[in-house]
Design a protein around this ligand. Structure first.
Ligand code: NAD
Length: 249
């Protein structure tokens, strides 16, 4: 990352009338939350792709819930970092940024981010696995660990499932529509995401097609790096802080 890159990004931000940011697991890494693609994200040598699916849950709900209980326990001890705080400020500025997150950890919410679009739901919410009428709407439960395991639906006493979007499931239509709309912006950031999980990974390309100035912040190059206007390599918390300190709006 050069001083010139930061100056260019700041000048675009200062004149933008609409700003959209999509965040991934790397944004929460400085808070101590493991990412999925690194080895730290592994649990009992199982890949998330083997656990975060409807098929895995149908086959063994207790095993999947033990994994979620393990993740919830890790998250309970984590705090929002400087990157969450900067984005919260941007979401409340005179040109409020729209923040879309793939993270399910609740750290953007704890940093008080306005109008957050949660692409993949929340690990702190539960829904009825059996789609009972009252359990279609998710409910909040931050008990750690959840007991019994698997937890029950308070309405029908059937098994409850995590209120997240699993691999192979669709993004809630309203969230998708609002996110696609938000991609029509002046400046679009993609931060701390490996840019391989679609449709989230497509948003930066859509933004670029619509004329947005696009910026990536990541520790390493991703499939999106070649397509963005500026690719800033480094930790999301440090880079966002550096950009924020130079902003005049
Ligand atoms: P990912 O694990 O695939 O990729 C993380 C990316 O962050 C990598 O490209 C890595 O280089 C980058 N990174 C790591 N530390 C960073 C830092 N300090 N600063 C900047 N970048 C950093 O995660 P993903 O792209 O978000 O996508 C995968 C899916 O994983 C999503 O659906 C998400 O729901 C889920 N997930 C969520 C969490 C969470 O809620 N915190 C954690 C793990 C995975």
């Amino acid at each position: 990352m050069t001083e010139d890159d930061v100056t260019l990004v700041v000048s675009r931000l200062d004149t933008a009338t609409s700003v959209t940011v999509i965040t991934g697991a790397g944004l929460s890494a400085p808070s101590g939350v493991p990412t999925f693609r690194g080895t730290q994200g592994l649990w009992k040598n199982q890949r998330p792709e083997q656990l975060a699916t409807p098929e895995a849950f149908a086959a063994d709900p207790t095993k999947v819930w033990e994994w979620y209980n393990w993740r919830r326990e890790q998250l309970a001890g984590c705090q929002p970092n400087k990157a969450h705080q900067v984005l919260s400020r941007w979401s409340r500025s005179s040109t409020p940024a729209t923040v879309i997150t793939q993270n399910v950890d609740g750290l953007h919410e704890r940093a008080d981010t306005a109008r957050l679009l949660r692409f993949h739901g929340s690990i702190w919410e539960l829904r009825c696995w059996h789609h009972c009428a009252a359990g279609e709407t998710s409910w909040w439960d931050d008990t750690v660990p959840l007991v019994p395991c698997p937890p029950r639906c308070p309405h029908c006493n059937g098994i409850a499932r995590p209120g997240v979007v699993w691999f192979g499931e669709s993004i809630p239509q309203e969230t998708l529509t609002r996110s696609l709309r938000a991609a029509h912006c002046d400046v679009f950031f993609t931060i701390g995401t490996s840019a391989v999980v679609h449709p989230a990974a497509s948003l930066v390309h859509r933004a670029k097609q619509h004329g947005a100035f696009t910026v990536e912040i990541n520790l390493e190059p991703t499939p999106a790096s070649g397509d963005v206007d500026v690719s800033l390599q480094g930790s999301a918390d440090q880079i966002l802080l550096a950009i924020d300190e130079h902003r005049t709006t």
